[in-house]
Structure formats: structure tokens, C-alpha cells
Write a protein that binds this ligand. Structure first.
Ligand code: ADP
Ligand code: TRP
Length: 329
């Protein structure tokens, strides 16, 4: 049996890009009997960007309840909170010592900050904290602590998995074969979802459609999708954002029908109304579950506590192996 592991950091409200790009495929994977899945909320990774305790609590439960509402079955998936697994932070420290500093200098999130600072004439490390700098090492520990074979992630995370492999390799060269070298699992068909403005949907661009806002919020977001100035009656470009979003929520035949209507000149207002209807139809049952969990956070905590118990059994075993390898036991 292969082990699959992934995490999402609670740095904002889950959006439909996260759902179609990460959550839905991970849940589908967990239904296969050949995989044993470990999914977690990377709360300590979120510390690099969060500004307050209130934000942490808000986003943490938003992500936790989202996973559950979208169908994660805690009986099949080991579902836990990163910060509950103290072994992770011990492994993190050990891994720091087989990680060349230069490897962290090349990590994309840190590099992007440096480049932005330089472009703005600031000190290259302005506002860079060590949490951001060491981010890929903690992520490596998250993965190696559970002997994960596959890590489902979006393309933007590929470099982090390559770094994890390098770190595991360095460790194994120095201390002998101890850590499993993980592989990224990137669904090539899973294209990056576009946001309201046509760029990648992302919290950082403020162009997201929140997964479980209320109906009104969903409607408002959909009406903000940027369109061109073609009038009702004029054929529309089927490559438009409205059509790309519509396809996510419907069967192939419904998608075809919508596309034909766009070509026949369906007006943007009516097109968006129809997009709202199908999105709402798709999301409503999950939204109900989401609202249930948000109103029963103790239940969510209990699920995560039970997940952490199970996760720790594996984590302790692996850490023991690592401690023995370095001579700490
Ligand atoms: P954001 O870009 O909004 O900050 P995150 O970086 O927290 O999102 O991503 C969490 C997960 O969702 C990752 O696995 C990422 O690859 C996936 N994801 C985020 N945005 C999209 C998108 N627009 N399309 C597909 N997948 C996405
Ligand atoms: N860095 C990932 C992201 O930004 C989140 C994450 C943290 C993660 N630890 C992980 C993903 C371990 C996969 C495996 O999306």
C-alpha cells in the first residue's frame, strides 16, 4: 500500500481553486483502497503570513470544516493538525543540519521576496522572517515523518517536493538509508483555475470565489467575473472565464448546451445568472455540511485529536529510526 500525504495552510478562506485543484482530487484519491492517506492542516506553516490569533482561528476552522464538508472520511483518512505532531518540529531541526543554506536561497517563495525587495530598492531581506526562509525544511519534515510515497500538490509546490527529495537524499548519504524520498503527484489534467479577473485564482490576487460563502456572496462574486463588451446577440468567445467556470459544475452535455448558447449570443447577464444557478446547485449540499461543522467545532476538534493520535503512532516510529541513525538513541 502506498502512502499519500498533503497539507493545506490556513492563510485565508478556501476558494473554488483550492477545491477543484487540491481538495477534490485528494478526496477522490482517498477512496482508492491502494492508498493510505494522511491529510493535515499546516497551521504552523501559516504563521509566516498570519497577523493574529483571530485570523489563525478563523482560517483554521474554515479549512478544517471545508475538508470535512467536501467528503473527507476521517475513518479512512488520517486527518490532523500539524501543530499537534511535536515530532515534526524535532525532525525539522535535524533536517536543518543536512540542508545547505544555498538550497533555501533558491526556494521560490523566499527568492520572490528578495527580488521584490531589490526591485523596490529595499534591503534584500526586508520583512523576511526565518519561518519563510526555513519553510521548505518544515515541509520536508511534514512529508518524511510519515514515509510518504506521493504528495499531491499544485504545480506551484513542485519545487518544494524536489527540495524534500534533496534533503532526504543528503540525510541518507550521511547516515545511511533512513528516509523515504517522496514524489510529487501532479494531476496534469488539472489545469490551474482562473479567477474573477482571468488570472490564476489566488488569495494573493483577491480574485477568488469563496467556496462556502453564503448564496448572496456567491452571486456577487459571480457577477464580478470580468467579461468583454460584447452585447447580447453577439457570439461570445467560448474561452471566456464564465464558460471555464461553468464547466466545473456541470455534466458534459450541459456544458455543451451552454457553449452553444454563448455562441448564439447569450448575454453576459443571463450567462452569469446561469453560472450562479449551477454553482449554487453544486455547492449547496456541501455548504450545509460546512455550516454544520462550523457550528460544532468541538466535533471537529475531536476528529482532529483522534487523527493526531493515529498520526503520532507513525511519526514516533519514523523519528525513532532517525534518532537512532544520528546516534541520539
Ligand atoms: P492560494 O494561491 O489561494 O494562496 P494556496 O497556495 O493556499 O492557494 O493553495 C492551496 C492548494 O490549492 C494548493 O495545492 C494549490 O496548488 C491549490 N490551488 C490554489 N489555487 C489554485 C488554482 N487557481 N487552481 C488550481 N489549484 C489551486
Ligand atoms: N506548502 C503547501 C502549500 O502552500 C502546504 C504544505 C505544507 C504541504 N506542508 C506540506 C503540502 C506537506 C504537501 C505536503 O500549499
Amino acid at each position: 500500500m502506498k502512502r499519500v500525504l498533503t497539507g493545506i495552510k490556513p492563510t485565508g478562506y478556501a476558494h473554488i481553486g483550492n477545491y477543484f485543484g487540491a481538495i477534490k482530487p485528494a478526496i477522490e484519491l482517498s477512496k482508492h483502497d491502494d492508498y493510505e492517506c494522511f491529510y493535515f492542516i499546516a497551521d504552523y506553516h501559516a504563521l509566516t503570513t498570519l497577523n493574529s490569533k483571530a485570523e489563525m482561528k478563523e482560517y483554521f476552522y474554515n479549512i478544517a470544516c471545508t475538508w470535512l464538508a467536501c467528503g473527507l472520511d476521517p475513518k479512512k483518512v488520517v486527518f490532523y493538525r500539524q501543530s499537534d505532531i511535536k515530532e515534526d518540529f524535532e525532525l525539522n531541526w535535524i533536517l536543518c543540519n543536512v540542508t545547505p543554506k544555498g538550497l533555501m536561497n533558491r526556494a521560490h517563495a523566499y527568492k520572490a521576496c528578495v527580488e521584490k525587495n531589490e526591485a523596490n530598492g529595499l534591503d534584500r531581506d526586508d520583512k523576511v522572517n526565518m519561518g519563510l526562509y526555513n519553510y521548505p525544511i518544515l515541509m520536508s519534515a511534514d512529508i518524511m515523518l510519515f514515509d510518504a510515497d506521493y504528495v499531491p500538490v499544485g504545480l506551484d509546490q513542485k519545487q518544494h517536493i524536489e527540495i524534500a527529495r534533496d534533503i532526504a537524499h543528503n540525510f541518507n548519504i550521511k547516515y545511511g538509508e533512513t528516509l523515504k524520498e517522496p514524489m510529487e503527484y501532479i494531476d496534469e489534467n488539472n489545469n490551474t483555475l482562473v479567477g474573477l479577473d482571468g488570472r490564476k485564482m489566488s488569495k494573493s490576487y483577491n480574485n477568488t470565489i469563496r467556496l462556502f460563502g453564503d448564496e448572496n456572496e456567491l452571486k456577487k462574486a459571480i457577477f464580478r467575473v470580468v467579461t468583454d463588451s460584447r452585447l447580447p446577440g453577439e457570439p461570445k468567445d467560448v474561452d471566456c472565464t464564465v464558460n471555464k467556470l461553468y464547466k466545473l459544475f456541470v455534466s458534459e452535455s450541459e456544458a455543451k448546451e451552454f457553449e452553444e448558447d454563448l455562441l448564439k449570443g447569450l448575454g453576459w447577464g443571463d450567462a452569469k445568472k446561469r453560472l450562479f444557478e449551477v454553482a449554487n446547485r453544486y455547492l449547496s449540499p456541501m455548504r450545509e455540511k460546512f455550516n454544520y461543522y462550523m457550528a460544532h467545532k468541538k466535533e471537529v476538534d475531536a476528529i482532529l485529536d483522534a487523527g493526531a493520535e493515529k498520526a503520532r503512532i507513525v511519526a514516533r516510529k519514523v523519528l525513532r529510526r532517525v534518532r537512532k541513525a544520528i546516534g541520539a538513541e
